[in-house]
Design a protein around this ligand. Structure first.
Ligand code: PLP
Length: 379
């Protein structure tokens, strides 16, 4: 089945009791048993829910994985992966990470005796010098947030396989339409479903997708034991969102390309970060591992003034000033004060996350209107 057919059909069958073509919202907390232990595969809704079960199959199919697990947020999905580890274990993580992931690692899990190394993975060979006997997991995102660096997933997988480590890839920015990390050698794919998979800015959810049966069992045990599972209404909304994933993401890419090129030539703009540019440091890897370059774009202003960045952002009329990304509507964000405020100033400067950096999540509106909005906000 090709991708644009999977989004609509994979894992989904008409409801056996009624023939309903859309998966029903099974709004129930428990299931009646005929005799103790004699049930239809559903015991209690934290453990199993039919709406969520269909969604998990759909998400697994999109990532070419054998098993999908849904969580009540992206962070709950990251949290479940880290709970595979034990005190003393070490994690090598990319140094340009979603702020909440960085916060979970450094502020919650470091105090339970886990050690995290944050490494520039735009050159994949940097990983190897941090590996020791305690290393268990490599964690990365690509494209990275908000600097739009590209990390070579095949290269990372070569290293993790050689050293018998797990490789987890946060695929939120790329979506499985653009990139399928399991096929590139990753062991775990993570999503903030809140973003492109849901796609309509109306749900908070996370997901993990794996191929290995053992790993899937361990993660499902954590999912049920810790209990951060999504409800049936949200599962339904995401099943609905996924049906147009391929159309939406292609339009995000098409609009993103036009806007990245407009910004590149603007006299007030210092630098544009977008992997589609031929002079992007890892453009060749992006071309190899991605179908297209996405609708996420960051840029800095000449003079690097935070006040000027704020002025521009307040003037947008169509781009909504908001945290989050990946919805149908265009959004603008100031990483240094919003999504990445929990990263210390010095660490932000090191990765180029300057005070004038503005991040755009280009939506699927008519691109002429988006260009008009950018023009009036910048000029
Ligand atoms: C939003 C986001 C997360 C966290 O997901 P939530 O659904 O907000 O908990 C993790 N990684 C990336 C790349 C994100 O954009």
């Amino acid at each position: 089945m090709k991708f644009g057919t999977k989004t609509i059909h994979a894992g989904i069958e008409p409801d056996p009791s009624t023939g309903a073509i859309m998966t029903p919202i099974f709004q129930t907390s428990t299931y009646v048993q005929a005799s103790p232990g004699d049930h239809k595969g559903f015991e209690y809704a934290r453990s199993q829910n039919p709406t969520r079960a269909v969604l998990q199959k759909s998400i697994a199919a999109l990532e070419n994985g054998n098993h999908g697990l849904a969580f009540s947020s992206g962070m709950a999905a990251v949290d479940a992966v880290i709970k595979l580890l034990s005190p003393g274990d070490e994690v090598i993580a990319a140094n340009d990470l979603y702020g909440g992931t960085y916060r979970l690692f450094t502020k919650i899990y470091a105090k339970f005796g886990l050690k995290f190394h944050f490494v520039d993975m735009s050159n994949i060979s940097n990983i190897e010098s941090y590996i020791n006997d305690n290393t268990k997991l490599v964690w990365l995102e690509t494209p990275t947030n908000p600097m739009m660096s590209i990390i070579d997933v095949v290269g990372a997988a070569d290293i993790t396989k050689k050293h018998k480590l797990l490789l987890a890839v946060d695929n939120t920015f790329a979506t499985p339409y653009l990139q399928q990390p399991l096929d590139l050698g990753a062991d775990i794919v993570m999503h903030s479903v809140t973003k492109y998979l849901g796609g309509h800015s109306d749900v908070v959810m996370g997901a993990l997708i794996v191929n290995d049966d053992r790993l899937s069992k361990d993660l499902a045990f954590i999912q049920n034991s810790s209990g951060a599972t999504p409800g049936p209404q949200d599962s339904f909304l995401v099943l609905r969102g996924i049906k147009t994933l391929h159309l939406r993401v292609q339009r995000h890419c098409d609009n993103g390309k036009i806007i990245a090129n407009y910004l590149k030539d603007h006299y007030k703009v210092e630098k544009v970060y977008w992997p589609g540019f031929e002079n992007h440091p890892n453009h060749e890897i992006a071309k190899e591992q991605m179908r297209d370059f996405g609708g996420m774009i960051s840029f800095t202003l000449k003079g690097d003034s935070k006040e000027e960045a704020f002025r521009v952002m307040e003037k947008f009329k169509l781009f909504s000033l908001a945290e989050s990304l990946g919805g149908v509507e265009s959004m603008v964000n100031h990483p240094a004060t919003m999504t990445h405020a929990s990263i210390p100033y010095g660490d932000r400067q090191k990765i180029g996350l300057l005070d004038s950096l503005i991040r755009l999540s280009v939506g699927i509106e008519d691109v002429d209107d988006l260009l008009d909005d950018l023009k009036q906000a910048l000029n």
